[in-house]
Design a binder for this molecule. Structure first.
Ligand code: FO1
Length: 311
């Protein structure tokens, strides 16, 4: 089945949106292109948090409160690891560890991340396809006044509290899109940028050479759902990050980041007043309720996006 909808995705915000989208279209019609800039190595294991968050969500396994990890998981292995290493700040659950052991052993065996991800997705019965943005290593690093931090140290260990001076996607310049990424962007009916952080979730995907150009060239409608509502991020440090890097933290700021390829921005009722400035950029706007507080709202947001990209 050719992909009808390509979704560029970070972790939790994207997963919530995808929960709505799979109620509106068959899951098999969706190909997710996931951020791997957050990936890192811990306890000798290869961790791909955003790919796993999307996979577990689409498998119906995700923890509904945290958004990441597996619902009902326990942390007995981590407790014991903590006795050896003193490192428990990144909570890998017991069942989640099985995914990490499997992924790490296949990667060590020479399989590319795209193949490993496809195997995990299939094994968990997920009907959508999930592609990493690249098979090559790309890592997000955060420059703070005191030091340079890898993404998970900044985000989880330091609780995203440090002031940000700069962000770098190390390895992006020499990376190539994973097999299928450019093809789905070119061939999809619509490409949707999920309501994920435009800087650190969608940013690494756009930094892979060829992706931004493919978005600008595709004949598909390209839509984005802004994760910034009334100047604030729905979740996480997106607003602070945008400001720190010289962007306006608003739906208009999001539209400016994507303006070279974006056809339509879906923004919240609270930001209706921004529509003239966004349309001045040459980006159409659709105003709706974007707050995904329950499953019905997630579905109605997905339907609003589908309507916006329908021709
Ligand atoms: N986020 C946290 O805030 N604390 C954690 O201990 C944590 C563990 C974790 C384990 C597996 C996984 O796939 C994700 C996990 N996350 C955790 C989420 C992750 O760090 C971030 O949400 C993403 O990288 C940002 O999208």
């Amino acid at each position: 089945m050719p992909c009808r909808f390509a979704v560029l995705a970070g972790g939790i915000g994207a997963s919530r949106f995808l929960q709505g989208l799979i109620r509106a279209v068959p899951a098999a019609d969706i190909t997710v292109v996931g951020n791997t800039g957050d990936d890192f190595e811990l306890h000798g294991l290869s961790v791909s948090p955003d790919l796993d968050t999307v996979t577990y969500t689409l498998a119906g396994w995700a923890d509904p409160e945290r958004g990441w990890g597996i619902a009902g998981d326990t942390f007995r292995c981590l407790e014991t690891l903590g006795k050896f290493t003193g490192q428990t700040w990144f909570q890998l659950g017991d069942r989640d560890l099985a995914t990490h052991i499997y992924r790490s052993s296949l990667l060590r065996g020479g399989f590319p991340l795209s193949e490993v991800t496809a195997r995990i997705v299939r094994a968990l019965g997920v009907q959508s396809s999930i592609l990493p943005m690249s098979d090559q290593r790309v890592r997000t690093w955060i420059e703070t006044p005191a030091e340079r931090l890898d993404f998970q140290t900044y985000f989880v260990k330091h609780k995203a509290q440090d002031e940000i001076r700069g962000i770098e996607f190390v390895g992006a310049d020499n990376a190539t899109p994973a097999p299928g990424v450019l093809e789905v962007i070119a061939a999809a009916e619509a490409v949707i940028l999920a309501p994920s952080n435009p800087i650190i979730s969608i940013g690494p995907i756009l930094a892979v050479p060829g992706v931004r150009e493919a978005l600008a060239e595709t004949s598909a409608q390209v839509a984005a759902v802004t994760p910034i509502v009334a100047g604030r991020a729905l979740k996480g440090p997106a607003a602070r990050m945008m400001e720190a890097l010289g962007h306006e933290s608003s739906a208009l700021g999001v539209a400016r980041i994507y303006r070279d390829f974006l056809d339509v921005l879906i923004l919240d009722e609270q930001d209706r007043h921004l529509t003239p400035s966004i349309e001045n950029l040459g980006v159409r706007t659709v105003v709706t309720n974007t707050i995904m507080s329950d499953l019905a709202r997630k579905e109605s947001l997905a339907r609003a996006v589908l309507e916006a990209v329908a021709r």
